[in-house]
Design a protein around this ligand. Sequence first.
Ligand SMILES: [Zn+2]
Length: 101
Amino acid sequence: MKTEKNQIAGLDYILTGTIMKRYGPCGKRGCCCADDKKNWHGPYYIWTRKENKKTITKCLSEAQARFCRKAIKNMRKLRTKIEKWKRESSKAIEKWTQPVK
Ligand SMILES: [Zn+2]
């Protein structure tokens, strides 16, 4: 349990949501992206998350996307560690409790 606690404390930023990588046309007349998908601009990074039942979408730079991906990974790690921590906590309490008959 101590390990979980320490690992949780060592986690940096945490975020929820997903990062999408997108390419797209810019819409300017005469731009090479208009005739061929191969010439589409990008990548653009889009971060989508839910907050208070609302979906929030943000455009990110590549560096920001990298940062967010790491934070999303940290969130997943945190959830797994919390689960483990919880299991170990219930194991500990079960040692000195009796089942209800
Ligand atoms: Zn274009």
